[in-house]
Design a protein around this ligand. Structure first.
Ligand code: SF4
Length: 296
């Protein structure tokens, strides 16, 4: 079910420095996510998103909040979106909330980093080009498997990997900074050399400029319970291997993680793909902006 809510604030200051994603602020326009990846960490109790598996809450006052908050910010730093929900989940096609937020961000001249699994991001290519020309824009696709059939199973609401890679190519052709987060890598499912080799080769061939890896996954309270339930249905027998290998631990590393890390390092080097992305360095605003009118 899709419901509207009123949020109190929108932008959060990221505890930093965030060398990985280069974020200074984070922005969540939604609570919940239609992509429903079986491993999603946003199900964890600490995020207090009730009914994650059925509901998406849309922050109906997000654009007003964003406008007010950006007017008061003293530091121009990258605004990240896409860590707790996907800014291009299917409902965005109709409500255009992410698009309207990008327009406000462009109006105030702030940099942006969007993380997504959807090729709907291409709809906003004009805005990313504008943002990049002004300050900085990056679009990072999450890719966990090179196999479309497997991505359908583990990321059932999201476009398959090949569609994400095609979108990456389109962004790269327009000169937008783009790459991937290679995370999570699901133990016993996607943690094999062939998967990594195929992904890295494909990213290079589609104009990606970086790979941000984490070889393993988190397993926490509600996230773990949901994931295990899905394992029983999609990969019968695998739950027992998880319990045996990881017990109750929070991070479940890929099997042979250090060997895979070395393989990945070699592949990235071969393909000239760094494991860090170019980031925007935050800077003080020269002067407080005059009150900017709402244009959108
Ligand atoms: S796209 Fe991201 S936020 Fe959405 S369900 Fe998948 S992992 Fe969770």
């Amino acid at each position: 079910m899709i419901k509207e809510i009123q949020a109190k604030t929108l932008l959060n200051r990221v505890k930093g420095p965030d060398d990985w994603f280069g974020l200074y602020y984070s922005m969540n326009l939604f609570r919940g996510c239609q992509h429903q990846c079986i491993y999603c960490d946003s199900r964890s109790e600490c995020y207090q998103i009730e009914n994650f598996n059925t509901d998406v809450l849309v922050k109906a006052n997000a654009i007003d909040l964003l406008h007010d908050e950006l007017g008061r910010k003293r530091v121009v730093g990258t605004i990240g979106t896409g860590s707790m929900n996907d800014p291009y989940m299917p409902l965005e096609k109709q409500i255009c909330l992410t698009r309207r937020a990008l327009k406000v961000i462009a109006q105030f001249g702030f940099p942006v980093h969007a993380i997504t699994k959807s090729d709907l991001v291409l709809r906003d290519l004009d805005l990313f080009a504008d943002l990049q020309a002004q300050t900085y824009a990056a679009v990072t696709f999450t890719v966990t498997t090179a196999d479309d059939e497997l991505s359908k199973k583990i990321e059932p609401g999201a476009p398959v990997t090949s569609r994400r890679l095609k979108a990456m190519r389109s962004l790269a052709e327009k000169g937008i900074l783009t790459g991937i987060t290679l995370m999570p890598i699901l133990p016993f499912i996607a943690d094999h050399e062939d998967n990594l080799r195929r992904i890295i080769t494909l990213v290079a061939a589609h104009g990606g400029r970086y790979v941000l890896p984490a070889l393993g996954m988190t397993l926490r309270d509600r996230q773990r319970a949901y994931y295990f339930k899905k394992l029983d249905r999609l990969f019968p027998g695998l739950r027992g291997r998880y319990v045996e290998a990881f017990g109750g631990q929070y991070f479940a590393p890929a099997q042979n993680a250090s060997r895979l890390e070395a393989v990945l390092g070699g592949l990235c080097e071969e393909c000239d793909l760094p494991t860090r992305m170019p980031v925007f360095l935050p800077r003080k605003r020269a002067c407080q902006p005059k009150d900017q009118p709402h244009l959108f």
